[in-house]
Ligand binder design. Structure first.
Ligand code: DGY
Length: 422
């Protein structure tokens, strides 16, 4: 096992730049990504706390004045990535994208602080970070849930992190692509196009992005005006868990937020309304087109991570999760493999992703330890057998996308070292 731990650390250090870490070294993602950075920080925390802190501090340095932490920070401006800094044309202190990503920072920070003793000098730094995260969460509540319903919206599929999931097919089909749309994607030159989103998906990603820019990324306007507005179960589950963890972090640093406390109870009551008791599955809401979206996505099981108090519901969800991948050798496929939209190789339409396994493992640990351990063992073995790939086939374990993928290495480390007093 020592060799694998060494290799995982090597992947992270190999992708490290000054103050942040690339998701991979193969030119596919030549910048800092929001949720990648969170997972990467957790990985570093097992052997170099300073790097973990640097990763998070850099993210917060790129925070917008209104509180948003962007999904991409462009530190190096000379890359072939599309859409690059000049296309987004925004940012505060650091060039950035104009959208966000799943807010896992509070969760990661709490996990780190639960394990590490911090000295007084670091304490002040952590307090500053916690304040930044609180500002970020308040931005979500204010601008992504202006009606104070308890559930936040995403305004672009890229915000989910699971870009081309079948979850977005219906709402995306309504986005009209202008005839004069011009751009050149770079991703499918670096990675086999069979493993990447289709051109039609990119046309729509770019159309929505252009529309956001035309509206100056104005969060007040865009909740209503955006071409895409979806309430996603996975995203809201992460936000709920992050809010619960943030509340504990606030306590630790003698800070307070009454608004956050009441939002948590509202969310807890509201998110369970997205459960269809007849079909035994969660659904998303396409607010733009006023429709429900029914897709058996693994990300719906992030609800376990939100630690709902409803034990009966949790048990139903776990029973369902067992069925989700019962036919597959490698767990957990991003879309149930008997669903018509399942694709074995294409990005978020079927492959296994280590961050999903990790999130669900964390959610199961205090509910069904036997099943949790099974997922953990299978995840570790998959990476040991096939390498630090971006994603994997649930049928053969074959790796797809980028190699030397940072969050695969980081979360592999966390799974192995989580109980060690390192
Ligand atoms: C990409 O470039 O594929 C990213 O997922 C967008 O955030």
């Amino acid at each position: 096992m020592e060799d694998f731990i060494k290799s995982a650390k090597k992947v992270l250090l190999g992708n490290k730049k000054k103050g942040y870490t690339l998701p991979t070294n193969n030119k596919l993602y030549p910048a800092q990504w929001n949720w990648d950075s969170g997972f990467i920080a957790l990985g570093y925390s097992h052997f170099k706390l300073k790097y973990a802190l640097d990763e998070i501090k850099t993210l917060i340095r790129g925070q917008w004045k209104d509180g948003m932490i962007p999904h991409i920070l462009f530190h190096d401006l000379n890359t072939n990535y599309y859409p690059n800094h000049s296309v987004w044309s925004c940012g505060n202190k650091i060039h950035s994208s104009g959208i966000t990503q799943p807010p896992i920072l509070a969760i990661i920070l709490k996990l780190i602080l639960d394990k590490k003793r911090i000295n007084n000098k670091d304490k002040a730094e952590f307090k500053k970070i916690v304040k930044g995260i609180l500002k970020y969460h308040k931005w979500f509540i204010k601008f992504r849930d202006p009606n104070n319903s308890g559930l936040v919206s995403i305004l672009h599929p890229w915000e989910s992190g699971y870009d081309n999931s079948p979850l977005w097919d219906e709402p995306m089909s309504k986005v009209k692509i202008p005839k004069n749309l011009k751009y050149k994607r770079g991703d499918n030159k670096v990675v086999n196009p069979e493993y990447r989103p289709l051109d039609i998906d990119y046309d729509r990603y770019v159309t929505i992005k252009n529309h956001l820019r035309k509206n100056n990324y104005n969060p007040k306007k865009l909740y209503k005006a955006s071409l895409f507005n979806v309430v996603d179960v996975g995203f809201n589950s992460i936000f709920l868990r992050a809010n619960k963890d943030l509340l504990k972090l606030l306590n630790t640093f003698n800070l307070k937020s009454v608004e956050l406390e009441s939002y948590i109870s509202k969310s807890e009551n509201k998110i369970v309304k997205l459960y269809n008791h007849k079909k035994n599955i969660f659904f998303n809401i396409d607010l733009k087109n006023k429709k429900k979206i029914n897709i058996p996505s693994i990300t719906h099981y992030f609800i376990l991570f939100a630690d709902l108090k409803d034990k009966v519901l949790n048990n139903k969800i776990i029973k369902n999760l067992k069925k989700h991948s019962s036919k597959e050798k490698y767990l957990l496929s991003s879309v149930k493999s008997n669903h018509q939209k399942f694709e074995e190789k294409r990005y978020w339409r079927g492959p296994v992703w280590i961050n999903c396994n990790w999130i669900i493992y964390q959610g199961l640990k205090n509910k069904n330890i036997k099943f949790a351990k099974q997922i953990k063992r299978k995840t570790i073995n998959l990476v040991k057998q096939k390498g630090f790939n971006e994603y994997f086939s649930c049928k053969t374990g074959k790796g797809f996308g980028a190699t030397n993928f940072s969050w695969t290495a980081a979360l592999f480390l966390d799974l192995i070292l989580e109980n060690k007093n390192d």
